[in-house]
Design a protein around this ligand. Sequence first.
Ligand code: F6P
Length: 322
Amino acid sequence: MTLNLIGIATTGGDAPGMNAAVRATVRTATANGLIVIGFERGYAGILANESRFLDARAVGGIVHLGGTFLKTARADEMKTPEGISKATDVLKQNRVEGLVVIGGNGSMRAACQLHQASGIPIVGIPATIDNDLAGTDTTIGFDTAVNTGLDALDKIRDTATSHERVFVVEVMGRNRGFVALEVGIGAGAEVILVPEIKYDIDKICQRLVESHRLGKRSAIVVMAEGAGDSTDVAQAVRERAGFDVRLTRLGHVQRGGHPTAQSRLLACEMGAASVEFLLDDKKKHMTGIQGDRIVPVDLEYASTVEKPIDERLYKLAIALAT
Ligand code: F6P
């Protein structure tokens, strides 16, 4: 089918590099003679029928900016058949013949259902700091979030060492521990807690006591949000191991900031590939990166299969934290 008009939206939690991905998609599309309309606030904007035309100039000056100039939102309505059907009607009213959805796991799941209901070809671009999509080695924004986390951890290390304290640092990752694992390894954390790997808090406390006995006067425990209640962990380490403990939650700081070179490059490549996929008649695919190649990944696979955490890295972190 010849394409004339495509839509684009950034959805779910924002991720640094989303702007670069929109820019690459719009510029590749217009270079191929396509008209692009951008929906505001992700699926919420599709449901409310809020869009504007985007040409090459409309996406100037944003490649280096965090957040998303198209805005984003969590749209729970897309989890219902009524929401999917309303979105289908709006896309058809606007004569959208292909849609590019830039977002995380929930966004890809909704994209899959929207394609099934509407028949409109949809290409997803994985952009989430959580890195929790299967079929792609990494996602846009993940590298930036890890570097932001590392920067914070390096600062916390200074004060932890000076005061001889234990810090429990909670990083983002509602269900997955990719951010915690990479931040923890890079920062030389003494303990890393992720949702994917069960832990025994008594053994964690024993490990901290043992490392204190061996001469370590301070320690950092990095934990993902989804690995339990960080207040409870801090309290347990205070009471059972007897350390002076402080708790820091990095929170949404990790979602902002200028994208790193890696996040920008990935966004540029994936944005361009999303248009190539649509022109190539791909109907429900996500742009994945495997090694150094951009590959099409089935949307359903990407959003339903659980990407495994690298246990080898987890063991390496423990081995190095002596
Ligand atoms: O986008 C992913 C994420 O940042 C998770 O790591 C985190 O748990 C969640 O979003 C926070 O969502 P919200 O900004 O809607 O509170």
